[in-house]
Design a protein around this ligand. Structure first.
Ligand SMILES: Nc1ncnc2c1ncn2[C@@H]1O[C@H](COP(=O)(O)OP(=O)(O)OP(=O)(O)O)[C@@H](O)[C@H]1O
Length: 342
């Protein structure tokens, strides 16, 4: 079985800006994969390239072996997308919206109605089935986007910040539901700003910054890349920072408190205490703090310049006079989808 997602040197240029820079990424079938990165890292551009809303400028992108442009229909039919923006037809009841979506992906009308009911129940808004999108609360709208992504029974579910701005209850409901879907075999690609969410749900995460892949690792592997801080309270104020061994990457003193940055706090603390006592310091208390995944993330995603430096004629085709994106959908279907009608 080919990977659920495979990109090789994927590039997207918006005029002078390289939103994706030679991005090579593989997501295996059945994985729960997280895409993390600060605002503007290129996460949505990556997703939009996979679903055919953005035309790539270079490289390759395949979904279950189907080229996202040459085999657009097969690739697109395999994906359920819950986008970040609310792009839902406002003139029909939400049940109709779901039926249309299923029909658009080739599900017969009779089955589309059953599927619509089933997913509405699954996301918990079946009692709202006859209402229009605009009448739903923000949290219900998020649920509907998920229902719409699920109505085609996709093999790959893409969730672009599904829990942005939702309350704690809904966040937990969504986590439970997507975990269930993944257990049932659906491959999941999730973008999020909540590190806790990625840590909790994902088998592996890719950290992106400025259009590039910075690293791919399991959340545990990432955490191991961090350092620990041992904070020691001393009985009296030392004269300056004590000279410690190479295990201490950085030592800072503030009054009678000492902070020592080390690789592994647990195994280094006894040695540090011995060394300090040998120097005549009396220890009052000690505390070890681990680097959070969030700190590691911040560390890995410091800014760099990603403006296109060559003359860039290739990028011109995608850019309007004002530098804005003018990715024309190449089929009426794509246009419908972009408008959120499908
Ligand atoms: N249609 C467009 N035209 C021009 N530039 C764009 C367009 N869409 C995105 N960009 C630029 O491409 C870069 C990547 O944006 P993208 O939305 O993919 O990032 P993101 O990682 O999803 O960010 P966020 O976390 O804020 O949603 C940004 O600098 C953005 O301004």
């Amino acid at each position: 079985m080919p990977p659920a997602i495979e990109t090789v040197d994927l590039v997207k240029e918006y005029g002078e800006l390289r939103a994706l820079q030679e991005l090579s990424l593989t997501v295996e079938e059945g994985e729960f994969f997280g895409l993390l990165g600060p605002n503007g890292a290129g996460k949505t551009t990556f997703i939009n390239t996979l679903v055919g809303l953005v035309r790539k400028s270079g490289g390759e992108a395949r979904v279950f072996g189907y080229d996202v442009e040459d085999d657009y229909r097969q690739a697109r039919d395999a994906i359920g997308l819950a986008p970040q923006e609310f792009n839902v037809d406002r003139f029909f009841s939400i049940r109709e919206v779901l039926k249309h979506k299923a029909g658009y992906h080739g599900v017969p009308e009779s089955e589309a109605a059953d599927r619509a009911d089933e997913v509405l129940k699954r996301v918990g808004i079946y009692d709202k089935r006859d209402e229009r999108f605009d009448w739903l609360s923000g949290g219900m709208k998020r649920r509907l986007l998920l229902a719409r992504a699920l109505v085609t029974e996709p093999d790959l579910l893409i969730l672009d910040e599904p829990t942005a701005g939702v309350d704690v209850q809904l966040r937990h409901d969504l986590w439970e539901l997507v975990t269930e879907l993944n257990d049932e075999g659906t491959t999941i690609l999730l973008t999020t700003h909540y590190i806790e969410e990625a840590e909790r749900l994902c088998d592996r995460v890719a950290i992106m910054n400025e259009g590039r892949k910075v690293t791919v690792a399991t959340p545990d592997e990432l955490k191991q890349r961090g350092t620990d801080t041992i904070a020691v309270g001393l009985e009296s104020t030392p004269d300056g920072a004590p000279e410690l061994g190479a295990y201490a990457h950085e030592t800072t003193v503030s009054g009678d408190r000492l902070e020592v940055r080390v690789d592994d706090g647990g195994s280094t603390a006894p040695r540090l205490l011995n060394d300090l006592e040998a120097m005549g310091h009396e220890i009052a208390d000690l505390e070890i703090t681990r680097t959070s995944l969030e700190e590691i993330f911040v560390d890995l995603t410091r800014s760099e310049d990603r403006t296109v430096t060559r003359s860039g004629t290739e990028s011109g085709e995608d850019t309007g006079d004002d530098g804005s994106e003018v990715d024309a959908p190449s089929t009426p279907e794509r246009e419908r989808e972009q408008e959120g009608v499908a």
